[in-house]
Ligand binder design. Sequence first.
Ligand code: BGC
Length: 356
Amino acid sequence: MKFKTTLTTIACAVLACTAFSSTANAAKIGVSMPTQSLQRWNQDGHNLKEQLEASGHEVELLYAGDNDIPTQLNQIENMIAGDCDVLVIAPIDGGSLTAVLKGAKDKKIPVVSYDRLIMNSNAISYYATFDNYKVGQIQGNYIVDALKLNDDATPAKNIELFTGSIDDNNVNFFFGGAIDVLQPYLDSGKLVCKSGQTKKEQVATLNWSTEEAQKRMENLISSNGYGPDGTKLDVVLSSNDSVANGITNALVNAGYDASNFPVLTGQDCDKPSVTNMKRGLQTMSVFKDTRDLAKQVVVMVNAIVDGKEVPVNDTTTYNNGTGVIPSYLCSPIVVTKDNLKEVLFDSGYYKESEIK
Ligand code: BGC
């Protein structure tokens, strides 16, 4: 790995305001993102590129079409062949990169796993993500509070469960965190899942697809008789917003509106979900400020290229099958219609005019 100290780098480092981490060494950074069809990854890619460039790096940012695994493999192979100095990768399928990353290991190119953990590869140096277990716990605890499940007077409530793509290691944490909170209530009968579908594999949604989630919710509605005039559906756990959007579509088509909408969770604060929260068609979302994650990754990359100690705050949780990967976990926060203005608009994450 060779890094060049250039005048441009120094100029950029000086120009970069204190919000940006600086480096003494300009490097070539390859960034691989899974899809451009979900807003969150567009934001991640944009923030990361902007902040890495502000640190003086040359950045090649590539999106793998719409979650196309062969495209992602190809793009990473080319970045390795092109002698990038560091790779930052958000995998589509965490288990699909073992072979291609042997090339990175051979060339001693450090790999930072971004948001999702790359499994079964000893080429991974670091992992930067949010506290994914906490995301699930926040959703579970929100449900417990919203439905007053700890109140003896509260009658049994009907719940259905949805999570994301089974090939995404994050699902183990999102679903695991939520179900660890909810399981005692399912066991005691305070929560009833009429479909009986409570296992991760039964409630997964391939590629986190809105359409797949909508189809499954439509089936649950017809097979269990849920509806504003039928069996009461009190709550739907959804691990993220793209899945929640499909659930909302199915519920609205079945006649639900803001006056009788079940509690519905989400994650990301994607724009359609912010609109739905304002309209009463989704109850909460977990906000993960992708600007913070990008900032942390830039700090990691700069420490790597400068040969300094890389800051991490978790060295026990994330084992990718080859060992524990030193990780930095950013903090997620709960957003509802009551605080979305402060968290999303006042912080400059979105302009109020961008939201319908
Ligand atoms: C991310 C979520 C996102 C989901 C679908 C997960 O790995 O952590 O923020 O909603 O992928 O893109």
